[in-house]
Design a protein around this ligand. Structure first.
Ligand code: NAD
Length: 335
């Protein structure tokens, strides 16, 4: 049996479905702070509580005879992590320690951990490899890096097999009911602005990039979920100590994402250029070769797939208010 922490959240709900599809048995542990119980599929037990309670985690591991953990539970908003760093260190770093202690106590020796491209911070690499320097620019990124360090040290001492997946910018929806409702990331933020009838904000257009806006590597959440399905069997069956970038290896600027939203939605909208945000690197794009070489995993969906699936899911759930511009009149890319 696998235990998926954070399985009632946006990414976790997709991961649980990929694991079930591959024939795994799953129990979800989630405190429902941002997760929703209806995202847990029928037949999958949901244990409600915090990963920070190590005794509770150990009870769940024992009760379901768990032999492997996929740990996604945590806080993910960069801005909030700057405003409330203590909360982030407790939830993410202490939460990780609590899980590892529960695993050692119950003799569970395999874990896949949700890390983040935020561990790299500002970088001048064209594409970051797993060996590129880590220099996180936010408390959030530092919590993820600390979790990786703790995982490596405790796993080496206790004989735990582990894989850390450094997710790049996750967006899209595998099915309409699984939309990202968090509005912490660019794509849902744009949708939210459109819902409110406001022009979305571009944070800075004077970066040293071709169109002056930040470049990121967007990955479809269904591809990311499949990456988990690829690493779970290897992490579970053989002693593993591995870190993988999970991205597409292609960068898209903020303006390219805006135009993808226009294409997907058919809504012609203007955007507003705001100030740069502190700690936003100009460009962070994955070198995803290691995962492809070791496991044969590659992202299959492109930016239009990502944004159109996200739009279908979002607009199915919320009516879009009138926005500046004309409906049905998309602005072509390159203008
Ligand atoms: N969304 C992204 O672009 C992105 C990028 C990189 C890494 N990540 C990481 O992926 C993971 C999942 O992110 P998401 O986008 O699905 O976020 P989410 O907020 O939708 O999901 C997080 C889930 O964890 C649960 N949770 C939070 N704290 C908990 C705790 N202390 N105990 C038990 N459950 C708890 C929440 O209720 C929720 O169900 C996070 O660890 C995040 O840092 C996300």
């Amino acid at each position: 049996m696998l235990m998926v922490t954070g399985g009632a959240g946006y990414i976790g709900a997709h991961v649980v479905r990929s694991l079930l599809r591959d024939g795994h048995e799953v129990v979800v542990l989630d405190d429902l702070s941002t997760g929703r119980p209806e995202l847990v599929p029928d037949g999958v037990p949901l244990e409600t509580g915090t990963v920070c309670d190590s005794a509770f985690v150990a009870d769940v591991l024992d009760l379901y005879d768990v032999d492997s953990v996929v740990h996604l539970a945590g806080r993910k908003a960069v801005d909030e992590s700057t405003a409330r760093p203590g909360y982030y260190y407790r939830e993410n770093v202490f939460g990780m320690l609590s899980i590892l202690e529960a695993m050692v106590r119950t003799d569970v020796r395999s874990i896949v951990f949700s890390s983040s491209a935020a561990v790299y911070g500002t970088t001048d690499c064209e594409r970051v490899t797993e060996n590129s320097p880590t220099n996180p620019a936010s408390p959030y990124g530092r919590t993820k890096l600390m979790c990786e360090w703790m995982l490596r040290d405790i796993a080496a001492a206790e004989g735990i097999s582990w894989t850390a997946l450094r997710y790049f910018n996750v967006a899209g929806a595998g099915e309409p009911s699984l939309a990202d409702r968090g509005a912490h990331n660019l794509v849902p933020k744009v949708f939210q602005a459109l819902d409110e009838g406001l022009p979305p904000t571009v944070y800075g257009d004077d970066y040293e990039t071709p169109d002056g806006t930040c470049i990121r590597d967007y990955i479809h959440v269904a591809d990311l979920a499949d990456a988990h399905a690829a690493v779970v069997p290897t992490t579970r069956s053989a002693r593993t100590a591995a870190t993988y970038n999970v991205g597409r290896g292609h960068g898209a600027s903020v303006l390219e994402v805006m135009r993808a939203v226009q294409r997907a939605s058919g809504v012609c909208f203007d955007w507003r250029v705001g100030d740069r945000r502190a700690g936003d690197p100009a460009r962070v794009v994955a070198d995803a070769e290691r995962m492809s070489r070791d496991l044969g995993w590659q992202a299959r969906r492109d930016l239009d797939d990502i944004v159109s699936s996200a739009w279908q899911a979002w607009s199915g759930a919320r009516p879009v208010a009138a926005v500046p511009g004309e409906e049905g009149d998309t602005i072509p890319v390159g203008t």
